[in-house]
Write a new protein. Sequence first.
Length: 244
Amino acid sequence: MGLRTNGLLQGKISSSVLLKTSILVVAALIGTGAVTEGASATLDAVAYNATPQTISSGTLKFDTPTAVSGSTGFSATFANMNPGDTRTVGIEYTNSGTSGGVGMALSAGVAASNNLSSDASRGLQVVVSACSVAWSYPAGSCGGTTTVVVATSLSALVAASANGVALTGITTLASAAVLHLQFAVGLPNATNNEVWVNGAAPTGQSIPGYGTATAISGGTITGLSASVTWVLRERQATGATTNS
């Protein structure tokens, strides 16, 4: 009888311990979120545009420069130029991008440097003029309004290769707009005075019946050649906020 009572008591104690243990485990699981039933009791709501919004990026680009009708453009060879000579070509640049450009600037590159491209006063001088309409060639005339946008030496354009020389009077170029330019390249007359003696550069010698043949300071400007690449650039306008 005593053994049976003890057995029952032990059974009750074991059941009580098991029940308490189960309660503790369930409480722990609820505290840690391990019990999933009812855990997603938050509310969600969504709204969306039935028609997708289109967003695209713009483009900023120049087409390859082209010669105006009647001009040979940059394919022209300016041969045998002498001090006082000027040669011109008519060129057109088209902004073929979808965005307008600002900050137009011109620079130049040369295959090999010599006095034509490195001497600021005696070397090649460049004048670029813009016309409100296409230049007329071979006359080289403008039937609209003319604006000189660059007037400097080739050496300055070469030195400005990083940023270029800004085009005066042209601040913007809209998408699909055409820039009508005339490039005039010349050798200055006043700063180039060379006297060659018996087919050679003078050394300062005295010549009977002529006088002194002054030596050429800085080297000759004659018999030289320059292969020039003209670079026109435009920049993106400052980003803006547009409300639609």
